[in-house]
Design a protein around this ligand. Structure first.
Ligand code: DP6
Length: 337
């Protein structure tokens, strides 16, 4: 059975230009393109084994057996892989994150990128990066961006075929650091999938989407030219626009906590005082403070002094999703890969 098993790792990513809203929810074709950076040091490791011993798919996440909706979502991706490979076996999926459990770091991107790679390899398929990105997208939209390495753009596209992510710059292109200021650990109240479905209810969503290609151009160009000030302007605007849409959906979604707001005020002040820092927030209260590597130590020290900041994780640009030779138990204990 050894050729029916494979293990892969993938990094989460932080979106600089956000994905919020789908034109096709089932295929996860987004209403606008997005740009992100993979986060090194934070990893999800996933082993997939297709075997006859189980009647149905089984999922073990961070050493706990998981059932219900999370297992269904994994099975949906396994079904796509089984169909492609002409395989009819159930799978055992064992997965772990090395980042603090419940720290509110979006894990679905890394999870579905690692699952897409491990499952296809275990099924004997050898997909190209673009094919893997499309497949990962079906599990979680942002997972499409955790397949390629470094700085990544996901072209919205109009079909399953052309909605795909690719690297726009390698991980060593720009020495940026993401300082993740954890202001509230724990599960978010409304998950991204439900949030995407509400986006169209906001009267601001159309304006956000219509202006997206301009912001994508500004962000891509800022990355290619390593222009920190230009990056800072566009990613703070994009984050604020997405949260404006969230807050004006029906029902409204408020992801910020008081400490999130405090940081959104402090970070631009520090930038005006000469520190290369800017902020962006995903669908949660934690604040990703993007900074030049040379500013990271000072920025981290400042962040730790702000009331409500519980801890600060540090991530540099990360590589692509990749196969590994075996399942490393150390990752289950929070040790970095
Ligand atoms: C706010 O990729 O988590 O982080 O496709 O339903 O799994 P699903 O949604 P998901 O949405 C990410 C939303 C975001 C912005 C982003 O990462 O672009």
């Amino acid at each position: 059975m050894s050729n029916y098993t494979a293990t892969a790792i993938a990094h989460p990513n932080i979106a600089f230009i956000k994905y919020w809203g789908n034109r096709d929810a089932r295929l996860r074709i987004p209403v606008n393109g997005s740009i992100s950076m993979n986060l090194a040091g934070l990893v999800t490791q996933t082993r997939v084994t297709f075997r006859t011993e189980h009647e149905t798919d089984v999922l073990n996440l961070n050493r706990v057996a998981v059932y219900g909706k999370a297992l269904e979502r994994v099975s949906l991706m396994l079904d796509l892989v089984r169909e492609m490979a002409g395989l009819h076996l159930p799978a055992e999926v064992v997965s772990a994150n090395n980042f603090p459990t419940g720290a509110g770091i979006a894990s679905s991107a890394a999870a579905f990128a690692a699952l897409a790679l491990a499952a296809t390899q275990a099924a004997g398929l050898h997909l190209s990066e673009a094919e893997l990105s499309r497949l990962a997208r079906r599990g979680s939209g942002s997972a499409a961006r955790s397949i390629p390495g470094g700085f990544v753009e996901w072209k919205a596209g109009e079909s399953d075929q052309d909605s795909v992510a690719f690297s726009i710059a390698a991980l060593d292109h720009w020495d940026l650091v993401d300082l993740v200021a954890i202001v509230q650990a724990g599960q978010k109240a409304v998950g991204s999938s439900e949030g995407h479905a509400l986006a169209g209810a906001s009267p601001l969503q159309m304006a956000r989407v219509q202006d997206a290609s301009r912001r994508l151009d500004l962000c891509r160009s800022a990355i290619l030219h390593c222009d920190f000030d230009a990056l800072a302007q566009v990613i703070e605007l994009d984050s604020n626009l997405m949260h404006a849409v969230m807050m004006t959906s029906t029902p409204p979604l408020f992801y910020w906590e008081p400490a999130s707001v405090a940081l959104m005020k402090r970070v631009p002040e520090w930038r005006r005082a000469g520190l290369a820092v800017c902020y962006t927030l995903d669908a949660g209260p934690n604040v990703h403070v993007i900074c030049a590597a040379s500013a990271a130590a000072e920025a981290r020290g400042q962040l730790l002094q702000v009331a409500g900041v519980e801890q600060v994780l540090i991530a540099r640009p990360g590589g692509p999703a990749r196969l590994v030779s075996g399942y490393d138990r150390a990752i289950e204990h929070g040790i970095s890969a």
